[in-house]
Design a protein around this ligand. Structure first.
Ligand code: SDX
Length: 391
């Protein structure tokens, strides 16, 4: 009992693993990172403080945070050879396709010098991934618009550095709005980890074979891309644009309920939450803050999303199936307001989730009893004795 809710450690019978990193109570709509409620972390911490918490299991003191921030900052640059990988992609390649290729290529630069059983090597791998993924994400964007890559600046904080690499050019500097910086920092916190979701489980399964962390994170990126998972934020914004007007909402609610129609409300429903995703509430608040700061409080997409949520949560189908907005429902509107194109939304999700992936990888590799993952199956095929003469 924590005074907040009845603590249930999880599904002892069907659990795929034991973990002390993140706790979700889907019925109560509770999310804890290393025991702290997501609402407290989103309000009181920076993303890098949360990265430290997920990796080290405790929040950093002032000196620990300063050291951690310096470590990350001094690893934000990528090997110059890595820029050559971009040249093989068409300019209109989806950023997630490039991310799979380029983050995977990091293996080639660090694999040989990395002992996954050395805590020091595991720590520097985590630092390199947390530091370099934003640089690669910004490079994906620059490559897609034909603009030169911008180098990270060690004098800048993590999110300021990323937004500058996204929006500055050799001809014009970029001064991010502090409200937008804080909003993106909070969005990264909300995406940092989420227990054994599909992409984190992919990272753990890949890591269980002893594959290097850069290759494992790449497997997680590939899995996150799907529209049922991290691709839902881009799909949710596209869905809102397709609905277009509140008058069209009933048509799309009907489509979502029609079993013969493959359409689903993007950003709604969840495998675990059968209550409101606590991240969706925080994302809606962030949305309102950013749009108000930008003088866009009448943003039609935000108003449409609020009305769609209101109607769906009064509809028997959604109520009976406990379908609520999830983290992806409002995130696209915020990212759109931050000037990030929709095909980059999942890459931003990956930027936040990298620390969760690498924390789970580290937790698994640190376990002396860890074995290679080997899910079993229920065989439903035939059993035959003789191969027939076929000609
Ligand atoms: C993320 O695992 C994680 O933690 C993921 C994530 C993370 O941080 O890593 O939280 C991030 O991936 C969030 C989810 C983003 N995806 C979407 O928003 C896509 C739209 N959502 C759906 O595709 C769906 O809700 C899933 C994939 C998320 C869950 O699908 P399930 O497992 O089928 O959901 P369910 O079992 O709870 O569904 C119950 C019923 C089903 O109908 P019946 O078979 O009972 O008749 O509700 C229906 C579903 O068909 N349903 C929906 C719906 N989501 C579920 N119907 C209409 N619209 C929807 N969005």
């Amino acid at each position: 009992q924590t005074g907040m809710f009845t603590y249930d450690p999880g599904f002892t019978s069907t659990a795929s693993c034991r973990s002390a990193i993140t706790y979700i109570d889907g019925e109560a709509g509770v999310l804890l990172y290393r025991g702290y409620p997501i609402e407290q972390l989103a309000e009181k911490c920076s993303f890098l403080e949360v990265c430290y918490l997920l990796l080290e299991a405790e929040l950093p003191n002032a000196d620990e945070l300063k050291t951690f921030e310096k470590e990350v900052t001094t690893h934000t640059m990528v090997h110059d050879q890595l820029t050559n990988f971009f040249k093989g992609f068409r300019r209109d390649a989806h950023p997630m396709a490039i991310m799979v290729g380029v983050v995977g290529a990091l293996s080639a630069f660090y694999h040989d010098s990395l002992d996954i059983h050395s805590p020091k090597d595991r720590h520097i791998s985590a630092i390199r991934l947390i530091a370099k993924v934003p640089t690669i994400v910004a490079m994906c964007y620059k490559y897609s618009v034909g603009s030169p890559f911008m180098y990270p600046q060690n004098k800048l904080k993590y999110v300021d550095n990323f937004l500058r690499m996204m929006h500055a050019t050799p001809c014009a500097e970029y001064e991010p709005n502090p409200v937008l910086v804080r909003a993106l920092d909070r969005i990264l916190i909300l995406h940092a980890d989420h227990e054994q979701n599909a992409s984190t489980s992919t990272v753990r399964l890949a890591g269980s074979s002893g594959a290097n962390p850069f290759a494992c994170i790449t497997a997680g990126i590939a899995c996150l891309w799907g529209s049922a998972h991290g691709g839902a934020n881009e799909a949710a914004l596209n869905m809102l644009k397709e609905i277009g007007d509140v008058s069209q909402i009933p048509i799309y609610i009907a489509k979502a309920k029609d079993k013969n129609d493959s359409f689903r409300l993007m950003g709604f429903g969840h495998r675990v939450y059968k209550n409101y995703d606590p991240r969706a509430k925080l994302m809606r608040e962030t949305c309102h803050e950013v749009l108000t700061e930008l003088g866009l409080h009448d943003d039609p997409l935000f108003k449409l999303a609020l009305e769609l949520e209101r109607i769906a949560l009064e509809d028997e189908y959604f109520v009976s199936k406990k379908l609520y907005p999830n983290v992806d429902f409002y995130s696209g509107i915020v990212l759109h307001a931050l000037g990030i194109p929709s095909n980059m939304f999942t890459a931003i999700f990956a930027m936040g989730r990298t620390v969760g992936w690498i924390s789970h990888w580290d937790e698994m590799i640190s376990d002396p009893e860890q074995k290679i993952g080997r899910p079993r199956q229920l065989y439903t095929g035939a059993v035959r004795r003789d191969v027939p003469d076929r000609w």
